[in-house]
Design a protein. Structure first.
Length: 389
């Protein structure tokens, strides 16, 4: 059972990496997608315009591609992914909702555009254009959001082109999930089942000097203690760090990056997020967590040599997994699987000899959470008793 669990974890991590990294052995698609911005940098709350340059790189054939048109419901053809700026890890911070939710009744359509050899077209896409977010008149160019406010910082952004599931795409693509799959010779282009990816585009968002900012329809009042800046949902006379505080940063006005940068956000009923960095911008510690036990949703932690010491995530089956590493050997120190409510955790501690060879595994169980009833709902809370007995 233990080997099976480890295989499942490795399979999930491999899938996560493959889904977010451009894979060298993908079947060749002559149509490419390049993402760029219309400006070098933006201020918080400012409308961001991306350009998707679609190119037919084939020198002989005219090839079709889908582009947005009048579609107002259903699956988005293009959606955004925002990654952390760090170079010591590839960390997906935010991803866009894949379904359109515009306030119209007409379903509309996407459009097939035929590109001549080496021809290019440019498709605009807007972020933080909340005034037009639901407007069908924008032909969904403004219907893009990462689900949470994008505060000041530097991000690596790319778009996913996702025609699978859109009926018109079946006319021009053969979809595959395994590069070894033999595709029919029917003139259609090869396309990964989960879509194609653009390049990474650097997005720089600077902090405003204003004391009030509006990001995607959310108003924040900014207070400072002289070092940190607190984004509050109410215009309070004193700084608070309760649920009315949605963001904390040490970025000064007119900047998007500094040494020893600090970042904390709390998105009510979603999750909280904390980032501590090395001076060069790499991740020292990243935490995505909830208000309830088990709190962690995703964690990466590194030592001074940027060697990973801790990794945590919530698995697809809603259980929780964490692992700590001995460094510099990189061997596993402790591995934990917790139930979905955190009331039972199986902990495996790996014991090594002086040569670094595995001697034995020590298995134990813990109960880090207890279930309590709050406002008629069962919630997990951290236990305050000593469980080590």
């Amino acid at each position: 059972m233990e080997q099976s669990n480890m295989k499942n974890i490795l399979a999930f991590i491999s899938f996560f990496l493959l889904a977010n990294i451009a894979i060298a052995d993908l079947k060749y698609n002559p149509v490419s997608f390049i993402l760029s911005t219309d400006k070098e940098s933006y201020y918080e709350g400012e409308k961001i315009t991306f350009y998707i340059t679609i190119t037919n790189n084939d020198k002989e054939r005219t090839l079709p591609v889908l582009i947005p048109h009048t579609q107002n419901i259903g699956q988005k053809l293009f959606y955004l992914n925002a990654y952390d700026k760090a170079n010591n890890t590839m960390l997906l911070r935010y991803t866009e909702e894949r379904m359109l939710k515009m306030m119209v009744h007409d379903t509309g359509t996407v459009q097939i555009r035929y590109l001549k050899p080496l021809e290019q077209i440019v498709v605009p896409l807007h972020l933080n254009d909340f005034e037009n977010y639901y407007s069908y008149q924008t032909q969904n160019a403004s219907h893009h959001s990462l689900g949470v406010p994008l505060f000041a910082g530097v991000y690596k952004v790319r778009i996913a082109y996702s025609p699978n599931g859109i009926s018109l795409g079946d006319n021009i693509y053969n979809y595959y999930n395994d590069t070894n799959t033999e595709l029919p010779n029917n003139g259609k282009q090869a396309m990964p089942g989960d879509g194609d990816l653009s390049n990474f585009c650097t997005l720089k968002i600077k902090r405003r000097a204003d004391t009030i900012v509006n990001i995607e329809g959310n108003k924040y009042y900014i207070k400072t203690d002289g070092y940190l800046f607190f984004y509050l949902s109410q215009n309070l006379t004193q700084i608070t760090t309760d649920i009315r505080c949605h963001h904390i940063t040490n970025l000064p006005p007119d900047s998007c990056s500094i040494k020893s940068e600090y970042f904390y956000s709390h998105f009510t009923d979603l999750y909280a997020e904390g980032v501590i960095r090395f001076d060069d911008g790499d991740i020292r510690e990243y935490r995505k967590f909830s208000d309830w036990c088990p709190s962690y949703l995703y964690t990466e932690r590194y030592n001074e040599l940027k060697q990973k010491t801790h990794y945590e995530l919530q698995l697809p089956d809603k259980r929780f997994y964490s692992v700590s590493y001995n460094q510099p050997s990189g061997t596993i120190h402790q591995e934990t699987y917790c139930s979905t409510d955190g009331t039972l955790c199986n902990v495996t501690t790996y014991v090594y000899n002086k040569k670094g060879e595995l001697v034995r595994k020590e298995v134990s169980q813990t109960e880090p959470c207890s279930v309590v009833e709050i406002d008629g709902k069962k919630r997990s809370a951290k236990r305050v008793v000593n469980l080590r007995g």
